[in-house]
Design a protein around this ligand. Structure first.
Ligand code: PGA
Length: 254
């Protein structure tokens, strides 16, 4: 399966900046995305439509896809402030993130709610990048396996039956490495990715054995090549270093 390199723009970029960043990214990537890669840009809701237009204008037919950073698990209804899967599909999104640690920890999303979103978004036709990861206290308390296991157990409850396994992607993002400049070491990444794969194997059918697991947390142009070359690392989820097109293009081609 192709490696997926994803930009998580978080709460940055209005329409003009998003459009310009995509134009610069197209220039930075050169003529084409390498055959073994896919790229995704997770733009804020308000910049999705402009980003879709910019992708169509600057990178038509290239393996560069649009994603949203959140979704609400309902078709439509009285959910003030929320965004449904069909609204995201209408903006040309292919992907949505679920379970990002900022939503779990800053916005209080429960593991069960993450699972609801994951199942609903997949059933509605969006591909999902389900994020998992432990805090420093959990890691230091020897609870890595328990935490990832609980996040996966709840996050994968009620998946649609006929789901094509490649539509579900995982991102391992240790909370202590997100936006801190403290990247996880090689040993820590290898251990957590192998563990996540084993845990998923226990929950999902064998057809998911080859699912992609991205690494996220302080990925930068100077460490991307090393991380993406590690066993069981099938791509990267990049926050801060994805905001500048030049630095993200460098990472995408690493
Ligand atoms: P970071 O963020 O690259 O800025 O650490 C990663 C993420 O939150 O997905």
């Amino acid at each position: 399966m192709k490696k997926l390199i994803a930009a998580n723009w978080k709460m940055y970029k209005c329409r003009h900046d998003a459009t310009q960043t995509i134009a610069d990214l197209a220039a930075g990537l050169g003529r084409s995305v390498p055959a073994d890669r896919e790229i995704a840009v997770f733009a804020p809701f308000t910049a999705l439509a402009a980003s879709a237009e910019a992708l169509a204008a600057h990178m038509p037919g290239k393996a560069v896809f649009l994603g949203a950073q959140d979704v609400y698990p309902a078709v439509e209804g009285a959910f003030t402030g929320e965004i449904s899967p069909s609204m995201l599909l209408d903006c040309s999104c292919r992907f949505v993130l679920t379970g990002h640690s900022e939503r779990r920890h800053l916005l209080g999303e429960s593991r069960e709610f993450v699972g609801e979103k994951t199942a609903f978004a997949l059933a509605a036709g969006l591909d999902v990048v389900l994020c998992i990861g432990e805090t420093l206290t959990e890691r230091e308390g020897g609870r890595l396996e328990a935490v990832l296991g609980a996040q996966l157990e709840a996050g994968l409850a009620n998946l649609p039956r006929d789901l094509e396994p490649q539509r579900l992607v995982f991102a391992y993002e240790p909370v202590w490495a997100i936006g801190t400049g403290r990247v996880a070491g090689e040993k820590e990444i290898l251990q957590a990715h192998a563990l996540a794969r084993e845990l998923v194997k226990k929950i999902l059918p064998a057809s998911y054995a080859k699912m992609r697991i991205l690494y996220g947390g302080s990925v930068k142009p100077d460490n991307a090549a090393k991380i993406i070359g590690l066993d069981n690392v099938d791509g990267l989820l990049v926050g801060g270093a994805s905001l500048q097109a030049e630095s993200f293009a460098h990472i995408a081609l690493a």
